[in-house]
Write a protein that binds this ligand. Structure first.
Ligand SMILES: [Zn+2]
Length: 58
């Protein structure tokens, strides 16, 4: 198995870990109830997707 020749410097290690932050989820507005929802997903608030009711929400 290949082994690294040199110890990774603190700078290199830390700059790599600088990208480990959690990404924000992007939300889109539901055209039916105007609540934020995940894009390409059925709205959890009203159950609508593509202009029709897909799942029933009480
Ligand atoms: Zn909705």
């Amino acid at each position: 198995m290949a082994v690294p020749k040199r110890k990774t410097s603190r700078s290199k290690r830390d700059s790599r870990r600088a990208q480990h932050k959690v990404k924000l989820v992007n939300l889109s507005e539901c055209p039916q109830c105007h609540q934020p929802k995940l894009p390409h997903c059925v709205c959890p608030n009203c159950g609508y997707y593509k202009g029709r009711e897909v799942i029933e929400v009480e």
